[in-house]
Design a protein around this ligand. Sequence first.
Ligand code: PLP
Length: 395
Amino acid sequence: MNPSIAAIMPTAPRPNCIFVSGRGSYLEDLHGNTYLDFIQGWAVNTLGHNHPALVETIQRQAQTLINPSPAFYNEPMLQLAERLTANSAFDHVFFANSGAEANEGAIKLARKWGARYKNGAHKIITFENGFHGRTLATMSASGKAGWDGLFEPKVAGFIKVPYNDSAAVAQAIDDQTVALMLEPIQGEAGVLPAAVEFIRSLRRLADDNNLLLIFDEIQTGIGRSGELFCYQHFGIEPDIMTLGKGLGGGVPLAALLSKQEFSCFEFGDQGGTYNGNPLAAAAGFAVINEVLAEGFLHRVRELGDYLIRHLQVLSNRYALGTVRGKGLLLALETRDLDATQIVTMALERHLLLNAPRPNCLRFMPALNVAPEDIDRMIEILDGILTELRVMSHEA
Ligand SMILES: *Cc1c(COP(=O)(O)O)cnc(C)c1O
């Protein structure tokens, strides 16, 4: 008998399967069925399920030290912060437990900087369809359709403009503006990449108007886009960046990174009970070391190109829309086909896919996914699309 789901607060429509174990690109449910996973904990499991390096690190750290308190330094926290700063444009790291919490930190840091150095400027320009998390401030910063009237009153001070429209950004800037905050690829919106020229003009606008440029790389960071950080594709540096998801490889871990000159928190401004705990930090250290290993990111780009080519073939064969994204954060427009129905049919065939929008499929496999597993996913999807096209002909 299945354990009961009655005690779980119903906040999401979950399918009727209960997962018990995972390995690489596969999950196993209570009845011993295996599923091919192209969601990977929502682009979280950088190395796939239960990668040996991650499991061994967590086991060793659990036996050594789990939490001395955020009031003390610990070794993994220092090692991971050192690794992140040595490989990015940033000097300081604040660790958090979720992406939303890291973004809260970024918003607070920008407001602190505005209070200290910019006459109390506090407004942050964010983008339509953007997603920054589910706390009150990060929901207020998000531009997700349908969130407008929820949990009012919202946190004030977020001005929303269209994505990839630098004229709209320029127009929205006033003396109260302190920062521009965006995802370099809008993930939840359906994997919408920022144009290079747009990002460069945001950098110029930020420089010209004394604003902070904040990149939310919670979904795009840690190799997902084919570079360690997505900003590296654009030839610019943000002032502040947030990480989450892939950073812990499945373990709850997030981070707020800042250049030294903007790192203006004073004692007591920011903190949290679990922040920088050695168990999560050790997991993050294991993940980043794998991602930084010789050839890993090159391989992500190759695998991304391989997946794009196959998705393009399906798109042509079934008269679907564009394939877009970078690295292993990709999407396929399904045009007239209902992506939610495709996800349901995929689940029946033991393939886990995601539809961030009604006409869009998102692919976020492990960064070390085997090409044979890409082939297998494509084969299943091919079968589903054949069936749907036959059905739409019969209709
Ligand atoms: C997932 C996500 C968040 C929120 O992260 P949580 O860990 O769920 O709080 C914020 N921003 C982006 C871009 C995300 O993809």
